[in-house]
Write a protein that binds this ligand. Structure first.
Ligand code: G6P
Length: 607
């Protein structure tokens, strides 16, 4: 997730407005920044690694000449944060500058073709191919706009793009597929941005570009057309009534809620990872004699769930370990035959990095799954995958958790395929169903987003909650409990349901809410007994179950019915969503700030 801002002003320099716009988009990413402006047909490009304010001052970006320009604040996806990898990216002749938010999935293929045609690449990014593709198309004496459209038609993946070129000194070209881009118009000129907050100081009259659309901006307005067939699009300007602060959260009252609702999109991004990195990790996983899944907090529950996936479909025994325990528990036995897969959203968690250090010292193979390119984990891991969730601002992890699960599912499936321990049909079927997970999460949000508030109203005065699940759902239950604990500070327990009679049942008395996570699947039969045990003690049963599961529904006091079609092994990705919402709404009802729970930090970088 990156931030894009561009403007064509009728008078004055574009650069100060670009700076101001990017500052308002800083929450979208902040590892590097760059501007491209146009003045009398000359393209000026400056960029570097660092925070917006520092880079702008250091390179005097604010003083770049010209009333037309675009700027970019980066959240690295391909290529570590560095000057060369910062946007804008230019073609060989430095006449075309491109800024981009998204992921070009087929960039390696396109890059290979362009290199064969003599193009010289400066960066390791996927974005740079776009500048060279446009340059290549223009060789046929094609006009810039048409060349951009031809290039867009070859791109696979997601993009919000803004392009400027010395060949069109009074224009900005924009396009969108999956990544957001909004256009704005005022008496001062025309604007484009990733998000409304950047626009609001200049205008509240905007048009949201839709998937598959291309727009040409000049100082008096813009013209939109469809990329595929060039059909002109008429769309009325929309008036935004949000304040700047509301707009940063896209109208949601808190970042956490925004991030919960972003999950269909972040999950789609997690399905767009570069296949060669997944293959590389899979090859390492296959070689190891033992696999440790090492992580802290929410990430450790993603690992707990993943251990069921690796064992069930790839027949690989794994050890999910909380990173602060790894050295004590396995430090002496880990060795050259071990693989340590560290999962960390930030890539900076102290205990996880300590575990990784030890593993490397003992010659184990260290792999990583993270959301942060350029983080320490990406530097020390032998190979890693970046989950592409975009920055998560809410301290309690939500979208990064579900994306970690989806990345780990992809690895488990690849390993299953490589090892051939389950049938080809089973793997294919799981693969198909995995592709539908973002849609299922979208349905869950659509159906239950509001309804969960009623559930919260009913249960908001309890001073103890219990979460139970069997099999992989025990990890979902633990994560649901963690969300509640983090946000509401209400004591709560989570256990594999089978363990409840070994202790937790002692706290259950009349009226205690017990949340059962019970998707259909192998563990579904045994959960009925656990529900009955709790009911017999007067517990109020809240089930997260599949729609139409009458047996469970019949013995529950309340239920959240989940769409059919998600296999048990992938169920945590969808079944955790109502639990995220429950914790969020309960916190709000208690007057607490869900974005900043007390005593907690987004990234724990100290022992
Ligand atoms: C902190 C955060 C959690 C996060 C955990 C691990 O406790 O508050 O949300 O799950 O760290 O962070 P990591 O960046 O390693 O995933």
């Amino acid at each position: 997730m990156c931030g894009i801002f561009g403007c064509i002003l009728k008078t004055g320099l574009a650069a100060p407005s670009i700076y101001d716009g990017l500052k308002r988009l800083e929450y979208r990413g902040y590892d590097s920044v760059g501007f491209a402006t146009l003045e009398l047909g000359t393209l000026h490009v400056k960029k570097d690694k660092g925070k917006i304010e520092d880079v702008v001052q250091r390179l005097s970006l604010n003083r770049l000449p010209g009333s037309v320009g675009v700027g970019h604040t980066r959240w690295a996806t391909h290529g570590a944060p560095s000057m060369v990898n910062a946007h804008p990216h230019t073609d060989c002749q430095e006449r075309i500058a491109v800024i981009h938010n998204g992921v070009v999935e087929n960039f390696l293929e396109l890059k290979g073709e362009l290199i064969n045609k003599g193009h010289i690449f400066k960066s390791r990014t996927d974005t740079e191919v776009i500048a060279h593709m446009i340059e290549e198309e223009m060789k046929g004496d094609i006009e810039l706009g048409e060349a951009i459209i031809r290039a867009l038609k070859q791109l696979e993946g997601s993009y919000a793009l803004a392009v400027v070129s010395s060949d069109a000194p009074e224009r900005i070209y924009c396009a969108r597929n999956e990544s957001p881009l909004v256009l704005g118009l005022s008496e001062k000129g025309s604007f484009c941005a990733s998000d409304v907050p950047a626009m609001l100081p200049y205008t509240n009259k905007v048009v949201y570009l839709r998937n598959g659309e291309f727009a040409v901006l000049d100082k008096d307005g813009f013209d939109i057309q469809k990329i595929q067939d060039g059909v002109h699009v008429e769309r009325e300007l929309q008036e935004i009534t949000w304040t700047i602060e509301m707009a940063e959260k896209q109208g949601y009252p808190h970042f956490m809620l925004k991030e919960i609702y972003e999950q269909p999109r972040s999950l789609r991004n997690a399905l767009r990872l570069q296949k060669q990195y997944l293959d590389l990790l899979t090859a390492f996983l296959d070689r190891g004699k033992e696999l440790f899944l090492v992580a802290a907090g929410t990430s450790s529950y993603a690992c707990a769930a993943a251990s069921y996936m690796f064992s069930k479909i790839a027949r690989l025994t794994t050890y999910p370990v909380v990173s602060s325990e790894f050295i004590e528990q396995y430090g002496s036995s880990v060795g050259i035959d071990s693989v340590v897969l560290a999962v960390s959203q930030s890539g900076e968690t102290y205990d996880t990095l300590k575990a990784v250090d030890l593993a490397r010292m003992k010659a184990a193979t260290v792999l990583g799954v993270t959301n942060t390119v350029g983080s320490t984990l990406t530097r020390v891991a032998r190979a890693y995958v970046v989950q592409q969730s975009g920055p998560e601002i809410g301290v309690a992890a939500t979208k990064t958790f579900t994306s970690q699960l989806l990345v780990l599912s992809q690895l488990a499936l690849r390993l299953a395929r490589a090892r051939g321990k389950i049938s080809q049909d089973e793997v294919d079927d799981l693969d198909d169903k995995m592709l539908k997970v973002p849609d299922i999460v979208e349905q869950v949000l659509g159906r239950h987003g509001e309804g969960i508030k009623n559930l919260v109203n009913k249960y908001n005065d309890n001073d103890l909650y219990v979460f139970l699940g069997r099999g992989i759902s025990s990890a979902t239950a633990m994560e649901g409990r963690l969300k509640l604990l983090e946000l509401t500070y209400v004591p709560s327990l989570a256990y594999p349901a089978g363990e409840s009679k070994h202790g937790p049942i002692s706290v259950v008395e009349e009226g205690v809410p017990v949340v059962f996570v019970c998707p259909r699947g192998d563990s579904r039969r045994d959960i009925l007994g656990s529900i009955m045990e709790m009911k017999a003690r007067g517990a109020r049963i809240i089930s997260i179950c599949e729609e139409g599961d009458e047996e469970i529904i019949g013995i529950s006091d309340d239920m959240v019915e989940m769409p059919r079609g998600i296999p048990e092994l992938l169920s945590p990705i969808a079944y955790v969503v109502p639990l995220q919402l429950f914790a969020y709404h309960l916190a709000v009802q208690k007057g607490l700030d869900p974005d900043k729970p007390r005593n907690l930090a987004k990234s724990v970088t100290v022992p």
